[in-house]
Design a protein around this ligand. Sequence first.
Ligand SMILES: Cc1cc2nc3c(=O)[nH]c(=O)nc-3n(C[C@H](O)[C@H](O)[C@H](O)COP(=O)(O)OP(=O)(O)OC[C@H]3O[C@@H](n4cnc5c(N)ncnc54)[C@H](O)[C@@H]3O)c2cc1C
Length: 447
Amino acid sequence: MTGSSLAGWGLTAPTVAEVKVPACLSEVGGHLRSAGERGLAVRGLGRSYGDAAQNAGGTVVDMTGVDGVGPIADDGTLTVQGGVSLDTLLRRVVPQGWFVSVSPGTRQVTVGGAIACDVHGKNHHRDGSWGDHVKSFRLLTGDGQIREVGPQGPDPELYRATVGGMGLTGVILEATIALVAVPSSRLLVDTDRTPDLDTTLDRLIDGEAHHRYSVAWIDSTASGRHLGRSIITQGDFAPADALAEGDDPHQFRPWSGPAAPPAPGGLLNRHTIRAFNEAWFRRAPIARHDELQSISTFFHPLDGVDRWNRLYGPRGMVQWQMVVPDSGTQVVGMAMERLVAAGAPSFLSVVKRFGAGDIGPLSFPTSGWTLAVDLPARTHGLPDVLDHLDEVVAEVGGRIYLAKDSRLHPQLLPVMYPRLGELVAVRDRVDPEGRIRTDLGRRLGLC
Ligand SMILES: Cc1cc2nc3c(=O)[nH]c(=O)nc-3n(C[C@H](O)[C@H](O)[C@H](O)COP(=O)(O)OP(=O)(O)OC[C@H]3O[C@@H](n4cnc5c(N)ncnc54)[C@H](O)[C@@H]3O)c2cc1C
């Protein structure tokens, strides 16, 4: 087979597959029928970090060519094709006074990818995850049928297995989603520096009651009494009268700069990451309130540098993201301590609070604390440190986010996701021959 090498955003585990790029939805079924015994995987914009959108030796259908957007109904619902990116969608809907109900930290994800990973944003404590705002979708399942699926029916089991199901139940062809009306395209943002982890977590809890959007960036190099010192940003969409006179309240012109250059030796290493963390923390104001920020500054700052993942060099990066229930809060500090002690500083470390979750058997968000860290893959001893942390997370009833994963051991999966049997039952029903497959699914014993 001649094919293309595909990797996730972390660039850690490339594999070769035959890539098909349908120009319209009706072509997708043909690619499923002609896929060989290694089956077919679905891919959006490849922003999952690990091997979720890869299929070594098989077929990968790249959905980014099917990106139609329907009209917005009065109640803010609209139907879009599975390959449309949030970037395209926002350019269409923000000038009309609407925003996506949940935005991840980048616009460069597709609607299909957002549903398949049940993506969360800075407002999970208020609004839940992507799956909470999907009215219905059309799914091409492995048996070749196109099924209409919704949370209240038809086929709510298939709906739940697909939301967060990592593309293992079929191809999301089209989805009807709910947008949220916004008074302007700017946010009023409070920024506060905190001296330690306890203060960070307390401030995030306090902020929940007052702000729709809330997140903490943690200085991953601080230790001892400074462990967990952070910059907290919390915000809400600004009323139109908070803008300067004459300002178009729904203007949306996201800025994007040049692409990051290839860095054969890797520009991000423990020394540059340490220097960045220190400078970033000191540069933030101790407290600044009601600052007007654009959607792209507040939600998608990383999109300003295209292909920034290349700064880690050819060996790439590992993102480790976990969530623990409140009873396991101590694991947040313990994980930060272990990473500092292992000499594994993270370029970007984020803590957020999740509200109620658990939409589907493989959906990541669940009530508690989530911590995400970005680590150079070549960090000495990293696999052992992360294996140990996975076990600690599982012991306290937490889990790892599969959209970021490239290395979890399969025996921990049913401990972290105890409803896994629901996914297996649905797959057996709609894909009895196991035609939908991914590298992640094979690694974790799911297909
Ligand atoms: C800078 C950055 C910031 C991020 N921030 C966040 C964040 O704040 N919150 C968060 O939750 N995630 C975040 N992510 C992760 C990202 O949102 C998810 O990985 C998302 O799924 C990527 O979408 P994609 O279109 O690139 O999907 P891909 O990476 O291409 O695929 C991801 C999974 O979705 C499946 N899939 C894709 N399209 C379809 C389809 N049409 N039908 C069925 N299955 C499909 C694939 O098979 C695969 O299993 C971030 C990623 C990056 C790079």
